[in-house]
Design a binder for this molecule. Structure first.
Ligand SMILES: [Zn+2]
Length: 323
């Protein structure tokens, strides 16, 4: 172990902060999570993150783990050169503008690398997960929002001002529903969990189908995206229609991305993909149907493999990429 490197990563989520240590084979040596408590404000949250990093370093020292830097994944666009949050973070009020890199570097007296959480996740999936060994990877996460990341030749594409990869906000339907970003018909507005819930409610307006009636104890107020997927798996036609529509829109968007970037692997992650019901299969079919043959012949479309560990593991890898 002593001649090996040990990675330390912290993943700041809207609900939980996940953190841990792992080796170069991807073996997790330690992991834990704490509630983010975003409602307490950005300064207490920054204290918590710094405190977690110090505890990780202290633990690594006790175990003689050779940790050389700390990596942090954060929501929002991040200037990866300075470690400052430069984009809005709807789940953590006041987080935009936080100088994560500078503050932690000062406190820990060691290198600190910071990047967007989906960029980090993509790195982890490319190193240890669904896109293992691939040099060109597009990663999309579908949940309350739709996040994206692009890796080309083993490096995260940050763009000119650290804002690249936001494929959730590609317009698919100019006359489509309003998106949280202010535009209309973005991928996010057409296939997020909120959209899936909204579309199901609209179609169930007259009355609940027997399957939904069972699942929701007779009340539409109990509807969640997870229940829509459960209903689809049980054969409910409305649920199926909603899931297929969302997956189709995502596939349409990703087909364009595949034509543009010709990745080796497209990784689909986020809460929605756990629902099953053929979501990932429909996305795959649409990509392969719509993108150029030369771009899809050897393309792999895969479900994310690392689950909740991808964020902190990818964060830990950030320094490796920088070297
Ligand atoms: Zn949008």
């Amino acid at each position: 172990m002593s001649d090996q490197i040990v990675y330390a990563g912290i993943d700041i989520g809207g609900t939980n902060i996940k953190f841990g240590l792992f080796d170069s084979e991807g073996k997790i040596l330690f992991k834990e999570q704490r509630p983010t408590m975003a409602e307490k404000g950005p300064t207490p949250l920054m204290h918590l993150v710094t405190n977690i990093a110090e505890r990780l370093m202290y633990f690594a020292a006790e175990e003689n783990y050779p940790v050389k830097w700390v990596g942090v994944g954060s929501p929002g666009a991040v200037d990866h050169k300075t470690g400052k949050v430069i984009g809005p973070c709807p789940n953590i009020e006041g987080w935009r503008g936080m100088e994560i890199g500078a503050i932690m570097n000062d406190r820990l007296n060691m290198p600190v690398f910071v990047d967007n959480e989906v960029n980090a996740m993509a790195l982890a999936e490319a190193r240890f997960g669904a896109a293992i060994g691939a040099r060109s990877v597009v990663c999309v996460t579908v949940g309350t929002g739709v996040g994206g990341a692009v890796i080309i030749d083993g490096k995260v594409v940050h763009g000119f001002s650290s804002s690249a990869g936001e494929l959730g906000h590609m317009t698919i339907d100019v006359n489509g529903p309003k998106c949280a970003c202010g535009n209309n018909g973005c991928i996010e507005a057409l296939c997020s969990s909120q959209t899936i819930i909204g579309n199901t409610k609209r179609l169930l307006k007259k009355e609940l189908t027997p399957i939904f009636n069972d699942l929701l104890d007779g009340s539409i107020g109990n509807l969640t995206a997870k229940k829509v997927f459960t209903a689809a798996r049980k054969g409910d036609e409305i649920a199926n229609q909603v899931v297929v529509e969302a997956a189709t829109y995502l596939g349409v968007g990703l087909a364009g991305i595949v034509n543009l970037l010709n990745p080796e692997v497209v990784v689909i992650g986020g809460g929605i993909t756990d629902g099953g019901a053929g979501f990932v299969e429909t996305v795959t079919r649409e990509i392969k149907r719509r993108a150029f043959d030369s771009a899809v012949e050897k393309l792999t479309v895969a479900k994310a493999a690392l689950g909740n560990d991808a964020g902190f593991m990818g964060a830990g890898l950030l320094g490796d990429v920088k070297k």
